[in-house]
Design a protein around this ligand. Sequence first.
Ligand SMILES: O=C(O)CC1=CCC(=O)O1
Length: 94
Amino acid sequence: MLFAVKMDVNIPNDLDPELRAETIATEKAYSQQLQRDGEWVHIWRVVGQYSNLSIFDVRDNERLHEILWNLPLFPYMSVEVTPLAQHPSDIAAG
Ligand SMILES: O=C(O)CC1=CCC(=O)O1
């Protein structure tokens, strides 16, 4: 199942700088492992925003929820999930 997910990050300015750096590094490792596993298919920076637009390919809604819930930055994010279906005009879909 394919989903587009927009993540808007809002880390409080008063968060301890070491915790901030550690959380961002853990987030990167977590994301890159899921990319290697094939579940996090794309991640794009949204120009001019501390946001990303990502594509996930996961077995079901519960798996996507688990992935998002466990994001190290989840407490500092707002997340918008859009389920995707094939478009009839997509030439790649045949
Ligand atoms: O910087 C972001 O957009 C938040 C984020 C998600 C995965 C990652 O590595 O950073």
